[in-house]
Structure formats: C-alpha cells, structure tokens
Ligand binder design. Sequence first.
Ligand SMILES: NC(=O)c1ccc[n+]([C@@H]2O[C@H](COP(=O)([O-])OP(=O)(O)OC[C@H]3O[C@@H](n4cnc5c(N)ncnc54)[C@H](O)[C@@H]3O)[C@@H](O)[C@H]2O)c1
Length: 241
Amino acid sequence: MISLVTGAGSGIGAAVARRLADRGDEVVCADRDLASAEKVAAGVGGMALLMDVTVAGAGQQAVDRTVERFGRLDTLVTCAGIERVGPAAELGTDTVREVLEVNVLGTFDVAAAACRRFVEQGDGGRIVLIGSVNAMIALPGQAAYAASKGSVLMLGRSLAVDWARFGVTVNVVGPGVTDTPMSAGTLGDPDRRAAMMRRIPLGRPGRPEEMADAVAFLASERASYITGAYLPVDGGWLAAG
Ligand SMILES: NC(=O)c1ccc[n+]([C@@H]2O[C@H](COP(=O)([O-])OP(=O)(O)OC[C@H]3O[C@@H](n4cnc5c(N)ncnc54)[C@H](O)[C@@H]3O)[C@@H](O)[C@H]2O)c1
C-alpha cells in the first residue's frame, strides 16, 4: 500500500507515518517543515516531501510526486494543522482565515487530488482526516480552531457521501488532547493540564501512537464498510460532555 501523510514531520502525523510503515506501507511524509519530514521519512524508509497545504496546487503536486515515485496511491491521511488561540472578539479575520486555510482548505485540496487519482486507478481508496474533539466541544479562546475542526468533520462526511460511488472511504479521527508539540503549552502548564485532565474520564492525554492506531484501522481493508464516520480517540472526553 502507498500512503501519503500530510503534517508528517511532527506529532500525530509522524506517528501515523511510522504506524503505516510498520504494517508495510510505502509512506510519503509531506510537511511544510522539510527537515522534520526528512527525519521521519528516513526513520521509516519513506520519501520526504516539502508541502505547504495552503499553496495552490500543492495537493495535486503531492499526489503526482507520490505516483511518480511509487506508481500509485492507496491512502491519504491529513494531519497538517495549526491552532491559534485567543479571545474571539480579538482574534481578527486574518487569524481565522489562516486557520481555515490550513485546516479546512488545505485538507480539501489534497483530499480532492487524492480522489481524482483514486478514480483514475479505478479501485477505490482510503482517506482519513484528522479532526478534533473541538469539532464537538467548544473551549474558551478556540473560535477559529473549533470552527475549522467542525468544518473538517462535515467535510469528511460530505466527501464520504460524494465519493462512495468511487469506492473511496472518508473518515474523521477526532483526537482529544494529545501529547505533541501543539499541546505542549497546555500540558506544560500544571493548572491548565489539571483542569483538562478533570474533563477526561481516562485522566491522561492521548499518545500520538494511539491516534495512529485508529487511523491505521480506518485506512485498512478491515474498515471496508466504514465511511463518513467520526471516531473519537479522546479518553472518553466526548462521552462525558
Ligand atoms: N495535539 C493535540 O492535542 C490535538 C488534538 C486534537 C486534534 N489535533 C490535530 O491533529 C493534527 C496534528 O497535530 P499535532 O498535535 O500532531 O501537531 P504538531 O504541531 O505536532 O504537527 C503538525 C504538523 O503539521 C505541519 N503543518 C502545519 N501547517 C502546515 C501547512 N500549511 N502545510 C503542511 N504542513 C503543515 C507542521 O509543520 C507540523 O509538522 C492537527 O490537525 C491538529 O489540529 C491535535
């Protein structure tokens, strides 16, 4: 299987790249931080790709480079994402636009390119989008991020409905707070960490590898009848509300 992972240079994306390589996939590690992508790619024997998901045509280019190198594409996992936090009235439209451009448009662009390739190949494909518990739960200061992740959730469902006729499944994994550079600020602050852990029934942050296991399942043949699903991997946070 040939897999393309965006945001593969760090955190959840890096764990996904390693997990898919462990099961025998050839993995293309795409990230706007090429040095990080190269490090992960070297560790998994994969290919690194410089990719800024907000650049026009980046999705198509990433798919083309994958096919040039490995001959086809079977799986796309979109992990590239950013978070910007601040009081909603002060965030400003530039910040909101920046978050939506990476998290929503950047996801859409590469997913559409992957689907075009799947249609050309004629034997389906797997797409897994990384959403967030914040698609469902609002926290203070997260207007831009939560709006983007709510959009990723409905994007995943919409693409699943649109592309089922091509044999393409599209599912969304919803991490809770996960121990990566993105959440280092929250988890590194004892008070904020404790407040967050009180909301999580399992009482701890997730590990990137735990997100990767869920992704690997949805990106496997065993998940052949699952599409349009949102799979929370959040220690029970969503269940507790
Ligand atoms: N860490 C958490 O607690 C958490 C919780 C829920 C959801 N998520 C989501 O998981 C995904 C991965 O986050 P993470 O925690 O691994 O964060 P991370 O910051 O460790 O990794 C994100 C990666 O995305 C890359 N990236 C950012 N903008 C990009 C762009 N424009 N083009 C290409 N690559 C870009 C970064 O260079 C980085 O390598 C994100 O979508 C994030 O919103 C994370």
